[in-house]
Design a protein around this ligand. Sequence first.
Ligand code: 3NM
Length: 206
Amino acid sequence: MTLPRLYAILDVGCFSSPVSKTALVEYARELAIGGVTLLQYRSKLGSASEALSHAREIRRVLNDGVTLVMNDRADLCLAADFDGIHVGQDDLSPHGARKVVGQRRIVGVSTHNLEQVLEADAGPADYIAFGPVFATASKTNPDPVVGVEGVRAARAATRKPLVTIGGITRLNARSVIEAGADSVAVISDLLSHPRASAGEFLRLMV
Ligand code: 3NM
């Protein structure tokens, strides 16, 4: 698969509670208008039924031009008719996720060190996410920062599409791409002006 340069993550935890489905969908729409073509839905706190309701509405409103990936939950990926599933080191294995979602959907996996990159490289994931590249406030208990040098090392360790994540902003995204990343995954630096920020990210990574 070929990844777009920008992989936007809609993290429900970044929205003020009670979370409004309308606000989430509007955010996703703004990202899409800004040029986002790959979007992950991430909900670490709410119920599965709430996540499914959000995901279904996002799927309904965004056209097929946006590839939608569900964080963690292979069941919700299928139920919301998403295009892929992203698993962390403590979730289903890529192999397990693949068994659930089948061959035609995308499976991505998070890694945080070279050993995990090599393990993911040998497995069935379609892409490997690696990070945190820089310090991040968007994840509880993040792994140690890997830095741009870490990205270079990960690039040398796999030929699978490489997504970098963690503290990536419009100021440092280019340096990460130049270190060999195919794509940058971003939560915070899209939040305040999603449409304009997505557009800027995409322009500076051509
Ligand atoms: N995963 P921001 S870092 C969700 O290291 C997530 O795997 C990470 O958010 C990892 O763009 C991270 O705001 C948070 O830093 C990314």
